[in-house]
Design a protein around this ligand. Structure first.
Ligand code: IMP
Ligand code: MG
Length: 222
């Protein structure tokens, strides 16, 4: 398959069905994961595309927070662990303001691919974020239920100075609750994706790229 051209509109990158792949990488490349290869359909967003996009997001964040004393990042575990680690270091490389980093662990998915619609805060914040300029970092926004709950939880418990949201991936076609996202890495089609922090039943988080899983796996027909 030939690499597809990345389309940009209003600061968004919309991933076409075929994916966004750097030259030199192949969407059909074999993923070496013993016992798991059969679950993966293809690479959707390559490693190079991820790192280029993260640099652009970091540049926008540094620009928007240039007057802030610091940025209080809140990464949503487990999915945003990998993305947030790369993003905050890139913000440093681009001479961003000092950063604090805290985590919230929330769960709505469990081992399923459909959101239960009920979000549970499993591990809460430990830092005092009152008066801070907060940046929530998320892996993927699907129905919007998780992030809306987390946002309300933060606003209810802490008097923050400002609150912005950065998500690596966005699946707007599945939205059930509207949510304003300030920084979006890639808008993706309605696929179940995994890799670069996102999982399917706790697998694939360690892939350095994003893949599409085979629909037959998700229907339990493997
Ligand atoms: P939402 O509440 O439906 O927006 O779900 C958000 C959470 O579900 C994300 O933070 C992910 O952890 C998970 N999720 C949603 N879509 C996918 C996917 O395609 N692959 C892996 N995880 C997903
Ligand atoms: Mg998540």
């Amino acid at each position: 398959m030939k690499p597809k051209v990345v389309r940009r509109y209003d600061k968004k990158i919309v991933v076409p069905e075929g994916g966004v792949i750097d030259s030199g990488e192949s969407p059909g490349r074999k993923i070496r994961m013993p016992g798991m290869e059969h679950m993966v359909e293809r690479v959707l967003i390559s490693r190079g595309c991820l790192s280029k996009r993260i640099r652009t997001l970091a540049r926008e964040i540094v620009r928007d927070y240039r007057r802030a004393e610091s940025i209080q990042a809140i990464a949503i575990l487990k999915g945003a662990a990998i993305f947030s680690a790369d993003l905050i270091r890139t913000i440093f490389d681009l001479n961003g303001p000092p950063m604090g980093i805290d985590f919230i662990r929330a769960s709505s998915y469990r081992a399923e691919t459909e959101s239960s619609g009920k979000v549970e805060i499993l591990d809460a914040l430990t830092d005092n974020i009152a008066g801070k300029d907060v940046l929530i970092i998320e892996d993927i926004i699907d129905t919007g239920l998780t992030l809306n709950d987390i946002k309300n939880y933060i606003l209810r418990h802490q008097g923050v100075k400002s609150l912005r949201i950065c998500s690596l991936l966005d699946k707007p076609s599945r939205r059930k609750q509207p949510i304003e996202i300030d920084y979006i890495g890639f808008e993706v089609p309605n696929y179940f994706v995994a890799g670069y922090g996102t999982d399917y039943a706790e697998h694939f988080r360690n892939l350095p790229f994003v893949v599409v899983l085979k629909p037959s796996i998700l229907e339990g027909k493997s």
